[in-house]
Design a binder for this molecule. Structure first.
Ligand SMILES: Cc1cc2nc3c(=O)[nH]c(=O)nc-3n(C[C@H](O)[C@H](O)[C@H](O)COP(=O)(O)OP(=O)(O)OC[C@H]3O[C@@H](n4cnc5c(N)ncnc54)[C@H](O)[C@@H]3O)c2cc1C
Ligand SMILES: Cc1cc2nc3c(=O)[nH]c(=O)nc-3n(C[C@H](O)[C@H](O)[C@H](O)COP(=O)(O)O)c2cc1C
Length: 778
């Protein structure tokens, strides 16, 4: 085959040499606009795993790289006058020039033709080529030429960065954070050869502008950065590589993704590779890794399917199929890491202490969890746990995982950070909780959670979602709840919360297992509905009537009466349900609130009635008992509530006296398009906690102790509410403690006989797991 690679970066060169090695009969040319052995850039980083992969494909290149690279394990943070270091992270750093020189020399040794100083304008310049590989980097001209086919999706990110070098040598991957009068800057620093380190400086656009850096030339920018990081640089100079644009100015990262990776131009097949087809932010240091792995995969497909002209279409299709999945996974992780650095100045730098800031930074991609950190550096993690334990008021000598630290708010202390999330059971008659509820909530209170939250309990008969929902509008219901509360207090050391709500437009519907199921109107016996506006939840659902002021007074007074009953029944905690499209939520979301009075319009107006109810309830609820508010932090619909709005909503409830925001999302509109995934709502809890400065409860797809520990330790939330896993296993907390080998957790005396057995079983599983010789804790 005749192959032309446009671009002599890592992708083009490595593919050229791998294909030549696969079959020396191939005629391969790499065309590069720069001069030979002359390239831009400082150092690049990739992981040990990439090196292993490369070794399997060309041991010679891998050997050369290995001799030239710097290997280091540690990450070091310089923040608020402190230096914190943790190990076990495993990176490889190499100068970009050195890497390219190795690849160029290897290409020449194998007989790949290298053509330098030729600027390619179009893939049609090589009509004899069977295959044209467009490895022409992030600004790929070839991608631009066939944009209609490749379908590039390019997102420009808000932060500014400048790629510099220094002769100061760092022995760890180092992160420097400096606060200025206009905001925070950070530097990502790593050594890549015997006398140079890469030094990338980054900040938000508004901070960059406020310092006048938009008008600064490269030398002025360097002088600014040298002053900013003077304490760390200790006289070392920063350098730019002005020959290449990347080194000469402040850039915005561009995330590139393409719908199609290949195309037939009438003469040759054209395929995109490396940065031309996808980019990954430097926060995760993987652009070069992706480029090299693209080259490996395309070669692998030729080897598997046949390296002849005829097989090219099949090979290219398979190459995209396989690579697109890996790339997406990495881009997602890189996206999280990138966002962390974009928001850290406004979200984490000021509120978090250095220990927690380090933890948050290390787990920024959400690919590294608490137990991953333990495997990487047990000493550092246990030191962190002890720090966290002390903050939580524990005087522990052995580290207690964050999940099992107590939490105090007002006069209530929860023994740990796990909450049984409210879950409607639709099993009452006339709103009266019965034996089912005693057993259901009682079992979960025995199961180790710090607190159980009763399901949404309604303030009047017409406030119910279904005829099976519980209420607190009469004394019989209050007495029935008291029986449950008394059981929990007498037999367990868990706390119990009441969640008060009004179904609003989503009322008068069937239980999930009856008739047409969830959210569908009752076939008969419906009651009239009220809502912020006269909009049904389902297009063919029952239409509510817009509340009048008299309705608002009545409902507010019903909430207050139910609150007093909840207090008298002995509940420890009260949650006001302002989420999921129910009555109070219907006021908050612009999708469901179309009022033209003072309760509609801007968010401040839409919050007016929910805040009025909150204030009345707070006044009726004992001062030493906490109140949380459950909100939908994202409607997942264009034009609906966004996470930024949720911060404002949280601020408003905080100002009104709320102790915590329980951060759920969705169920406000049938148009919603949520993005589900592990801990998918936790970013809302994180943002609200750290921007609005109020404690939060994270909820949603939190399913193991590792998740809870990571969330609590990083300061993304203060409590974790776990719903469905508690339906499967009332003793979820006790089970998870045994799973991670944490034995210092109390079991109900009646059940203690099972504790050791469960712990031993899990300990056996852990020690059988590959690469894990971990012992028990606590
Ligand atoms: C600040 C910063 C830090 C980074 N840090 C890391 C890191 O730590 N680790 C990491 O893995 N990656 C890092 N990267 C990303 C990395 O540089 C790229 O992902 C990687 O080089 C991609 O390889 P490539 O071969 O696809 O493209 P490139 O390396 O960009 O190579 C493209 C080549 O094509 C040539 N070319 C372009 N157009 C033409 C044309 N029309 N005619 C002829 N030649 C052309 C260019 O001169 C260039 O040599 C970083 C990037 C930046 C901006
Ligand atoms: C059966 C069931 C009933 C629920 N009822 C309520 C409820 O009454 N009040 C509420 O705020 N959320 C309710 N939810 C939502 C849960 O509290 C929780 O936010 C959601 O299930 C996501 O958590 P998970 O992934 O741990 O299940 C319910 C969820 C389930 C599965």
């Amino acid at each position: 085959m005749r192959i032309v690679c446009i671009g002599g970066g890592p992708a083009g060169l490595y593919f050229g040499l791998l294909m030549k090695k696969l079959n020396p009969a191939h005629d391969i040319t790499v065309v590069e606009r720069n001069r030979p052995y002359d390239t831009f850039g400082w150092g690049v980083v990739f992981s040990d795993a990439t090196m292993d992969n490369m070794r399997q494909w060309d041991a010679e290149t891998a050997d050369e790289i290995e001799q030239a690279f710097n290997h280091w394990d540690d990450i070091e943070l310089h923040f608020k006058g402190r230096v914190i270091r943790s190990g076990g992270h495993g990176f490889v750093g190499i100068g970009r020039k050195k890497l390219l020189n190795i690849l160029q020399a290897r290409c020449e040794a194998l007989g790949v033709k290298l053509v330098f100083e030729r600027e390619v304008d179009s893939d049609r310049e090589f009509p004899d080529a069977d295959l044209v590989v467009a490895a022409d980097g992030i600004n790929s001209r070839i991608r631009g030429r066939h944009a209609d086919v490749f379908g590039p999706d390019i997102v420009t990110r808000p932060n500014r960065y400048i790629w510099l070098g220094t002769h100061k040598l760092y022995d760890a991957f180092t992160f420097l954070f400096e606060k200025t009068e206009h905001g925070w800057f950070q530097a990502h620093v790593y050594r890549f050869d015997e006398n140079t380190s890469t030094f990338i400086v980054e900040c938000p656009e508004h901070v960059w502008k406020a310092h006048g850096l938009d008008a600064a030339d490269p030398q002025q920018s360097i002088a600014f950065c040298e002053r900013l990081f003077a304490a760390n640089l200790q006289g070392a100079r920063l350098m730019t590589n002005t020959r290449h644009l990347r080194g000469s100015a402040w850039l915005n990262f561009q995330r590139v993704r393409c719908a199609n990776w290949s195309h037939f131009n009438g003469a040759s097949h054209v395929v995109l590779m490396g940065d031309a087809v996808h980019t990954a932010h430097f926060a995760i240091g993987s652009g070069t890794k992706l480029a090299l792995e693209d080259a490996i995969e395309l070669t692998a497909q030729f080897r598997r399917l046949g390296d002849t002209r005829e097989r090219i279409p099949e090979v290219l299709a398979r190459y995209q199929e396989v690579r697109a999945v890996d790339v997406l996974r990495l881009q997602n992780a890189a996206w999280n890491a990138m966002e962390w650095f974009e928001v850290c100045g406004s979200r984490y730098c000021d509120p978090l202490e250095p220990e927690q800031f380090m933890y948050s930074m290390l787990t920024r991609s959400q690919r590294i969890s608490h137990e991953n950190l333990r495997l990487r550096d047990r000493g550092w993690l246990e030191g962190f746990e002890l720090w966290f334990d002390r903050k939580a008021g524990l005087d522990a000598t052995r580290p207690v995982p964050p999940m099992f630290t107590p939490y105090t708010v007002r006069g209530v202390t929860l023994k740990n950070r796990v909450v049984v999330s409210p879950m409607a059971q639709y099993s009452c008659i006339d709103g009266l909780p019965g034996e089912f509820h005693l057993v259901h909530l009682g079992a979960r209170a025995l199961g180790g959670a710090g607190m159980v939250v009763a399901e949404m309990t309604c303030t009047s008969p017409d406030a119910r979602i279904t005829p099976g929902c519980p209420g607190l509008w009469n004394d019989a219901q209050a007495a029935a709840w008291k029986r449950i509360v008394d059981f929990v207090h007498r037999e367990t050391d868990a706390r119990i919360a009441m969640q008060l709500g009004h179904a609003g437009p989503k009322g008068s519907t069937c239980a999930p297992w009856e008739h047409d199921g969830d959210d569908k109107p009752l076939p008969q016996g419906n009651w009239p509905l009220v809502a912020a506006s006269a909009l049904p939840y389902l297009p063919d659902g029952q239409r509510p009537r817009a509340m009048t002021r008299a309705d608002m007074d009545r409902v507010r007074d019903d909430f207050v009466a139910a609150t007093k009953r909840a207090a008298a029944a002995g509940f420890d905690w009260l949650e006001l349900h302002c989420a999921h499209g129910y009555l109070l939520s219907s006021f908050i979301s612009p999708l469901t609130n179309r009022r033209d009075d003072e309760y509609g319009g801007p968010l401040g107006n839409r919050l007016r009635y929910p805040l009025e109810v909150f204030a009345a309830v707070r006044a009726a609820w004992p001062q030493d008992r906490p109140m949380s508010v459950r909100i939908s932090a994202h409607d997942w619909v264009d034009g609906g509530i966004t996470p930024a709005d949720a911060v404002e909503i949280a601020r408003a409830f905080k100002a009104a006296g709320a102790d915590m925001i329980d951060c759920s999302s969705g169920q406000v509109s049938v148009e919603q398009k949520p993005t589900y995934g592990r801990m998918y709502q936790t970013p809302f809890a994180d943002r609200i906690r750290n921007e609005a400065g109020i404690a939060t409860i994270a909820v949603g797809a939190i399913s193991e102790a590792d998740h809870v520990n990571s969330i609590i330790a990083a300061g993304r939330a203060d409590l974790c509410a776990i719903a469905r896993p508690h339906l499967a296993n009332p003793a979820w907390t006790l089970t998870e403690a045994a799973k991670i080998g944490f034995a210092a957790v109390g079991w109900p005396k009646q059940y203690r006989a099972a504790k050791k057995q469960l712990e031993t079983g899990f300990a056996r599983e852990r020690s059988a797991a590959p690469g894990n010789a971990e012992g028990g804790r606590g």
